[in-house]
Design a protein around this ligand. Structure first.
Ligand code: ZN
Length: 179
């Protein structure tokens, strides 16, 4: 359990369950490998068996990272837990997006992104939500990341346009405090 201050001054916490400040971000390949391994795998098994599916290929996506979301400024932090504090990659929200060729976009690595609240609502269900069903419930939006990890695009499938993007801001160290 931890708290963290955002660049904008807002405080973030993962104490609440679910937390509005906790995000799940992963390589889509990883979800596909899990489904290939077991097409009936439940969301909760997938989330808790994190370590058994070590096929992350990109730096942005790894079981070594937590992702934080600021509800005030919409920044996303990729947090690597270290002794005495967190090493953070900061991603800033950009509501305006330069035009991008759809073919270029769809050739990028795809990410699966969902909130702790979405995950919580789905895992609370009985019978347990299947990973495959949960992933299709997220299909209104798709996320893509550039090869260098510097930009993430959110694509609206219904309106066929990029909604917003995230740009890598910097790396920083923030001391963590126990809740
Ligand atoms: Zn913020």
């Amino acid at each position: 359990m931890a708290k963290m201050a955002c660049y904008c001054g807002a405080s973030m916490s993962n104490v609440d369950c679910p937390s509005e400040n906790v995000l799940y971000v992963m390589n889509k390949d990883r979800v596909q490998s899990a489904l290939k391994y077991n097409s009936q795998i439940t969301l909760i098994d997938f989330i808790t068996n994190w370590d058994s599916l070590k096929d992350a290929k990109k730096l942005f996506i790894s079981e070594d990272y937590d992702f934080w979301y600021c509800t005030q400024c919409k920044r996303v932090y990729q947090s690597e837990i270290k002794i005495g504090g967190n090493k953070l990659a900061v991603y800033t929200y950009y509501p305006d997006v330069d035009p991008i060729d759809k073919e270029v976009l769809f050739s990028m690595q795809e990410l699966i992104v969902f909130t702790d609240i979405e995950e919580y609502d789905a895992t609370e269900k009985d019978p347990p939500t299947l990973l495959a069903d949960f992933i299709s419930s997220l299909s209104a939006k798709r996320y893509f990341i550039t090869d260098d990890g510097s930009v993430v695009y959110a694509y609206d499938c219904e309106n066929e346009c990029v909604l917003f993007s995230y740009h890598s801001e910097e790396l920083m160290e923030i001391p963590s405090s126990d809740a």
